[in-house]
Design a protein around this ligand. Structure first.
Ligand code: ADP
Ligand code: NA
Length: 329
């Protein structure tokens, strides 16, 4: 029996949007605040898989650190560290790569999807899920909060844990995915509710960034696509635009969609957008203020990462010692 430990990683890429916040980071802070044992990694090695700008990488790591802290990740309660500062991730990745096959990786959906658009496919894109498995197993994580799109990668981590345990003796718990994103909890683009809100969206007006000014947020929400019915109802299949607004409202407040619809019964979609915009601005303003304060304190952010590194290193080096011993290094 292994103690419960939650691991999650996030790439240090640009601005986060409200979908990232509601679908991932808000859940992380809730797990942390419920007293769970949590390890969060800013996965800068995953971020160089395709192309990247070396001048921006570390700035983005600090920016992500400031964002996570501003959103409520508390370095006293959680371990927050930069992946590349723990060399055992890559060392262990190699060991795991030696226990799996080309065939096992070839049909993973993210690889298939991304490699189709590339003329020259880097090896790193192919073995990306092995590095993810190394990230998770190195901390003997029992639970991994992920989106639906990552479930097959967690299954790979489970398979690699089983394979290692069977070959070299019991070492790893089987990590389970905590899928925090059932279909009804996916935030959609405000401009095209058939697509999810995403940083790579074609129409940036459909994406609410957590660092958008109140004016920008208000404008985007006012121009959100709805339909010709003015009543607020929650019918994701037939009224995806309005229902998306209700989903955002629901995830921000913890109220159920039905409760929200009955509370705003009197409002038409135009007035409802204003109410929702105020709520979003009220939620994001303190996060933005804290971010602005923290981003001016790079020395503090580095100290947080350094402290996180030490705590992560304690766990990772114990595990790596055990791995080396078992595989006969
Ligand atoms: P993006 O699609 O913007 O590139 P990522 O794939 O990097 O976002 O996702 C980072 C995290 O945010 C994941 O845990 C993912 O499940 C969550 N997430 C991303 N988009 C949404 C969304 N529209 N609604 C809910 N959660 C989301
Ligand atoms: Na994505």
């Amino acid at each position: 029996d292994y103690p419960k430990r939650i691991f999650s990683g996030i790439q240090p890429t640009g601005n986060l949007h409200l979908g990232n916040y509601l679908g991932a980071i808000q859940k992380w802070t809730q797990l942390q605040d419920n007293g769970e044992n949590v390890v969060f990694s800013i996965v800068d090695m995953h971020a160089i898989t395709l192309t990247h700008d070396p001048k921006e990488l570390y700035d983005n790591v600090l920016k992500m650190t400031a964002t996570l802290l501003a959103c409520g990740i508390d370095p006293k309660k959680s371990i927050l560290f930069q992946q590349s500062t723990i060399p055992m991730h890559t060392q262990f990745c190699w060991v795991l790569a030696c226990t799996t096959t080309m065939a096992r990786l070839a049909h993973l959906p993210q690889y298939k999807e991304k490699s189709e658009t590339l003329k020259n496919v880097p090896v790193s894109l192919y073995i990306y899920p092995i590095l993810q498995a190394a990230d998770i197993l190195l901390y003997k994580a029992t639970h991994v909060p992920v989106g639906q799109d990552q479930v097959q990668h967690i299954q790979l981590a489970q398979d690699l844990a089983v394979k290692f345990n069977n070959t070299f003796g019991d070492t790893f718990p089987l990590p389970r995915s905590l899928v925090n994103e059932n279909a009804s909890q996916r935030i959609k683009s405000l401009r095209d509710p058939s697509k999810k809100m995403s940083k790579s969206s074609n129409d940036p007006k459909g994406t609410l960034n957590i660092l958008d000014t109140p004016d920008a947020l208000m404008k985007k929400i006012k121009t959100a696509v709805t339909d010709c019915t003015s009543k607020i109802t929650y019918e994701p299949e037939t009224r995806p635009g309005v229902s998306n607004l209700v989903t955002i409202h629901s995830m921000l407040t913890g109220k159920s969609p039905n409760q929200i619809c009955s509370e705003v019964e009197e409002l038409d979609t135009g007035k409802y957008k204003l109410v929702l915009a105020d709520l979003i601005i009220e939620k994001l303003t303190p996060i933005q203020e804290e971010f602005s304060r923290l981003i001016k304190e790079p020395a503090y952010l580095q100290e947080v990462l350094q402290d996180g590194r030490e705590k992560a290193m304690d766990i990772a080096s114990d595990c790596w010692y055990e791995i080396q011993h078992k595989i006969g290094y």
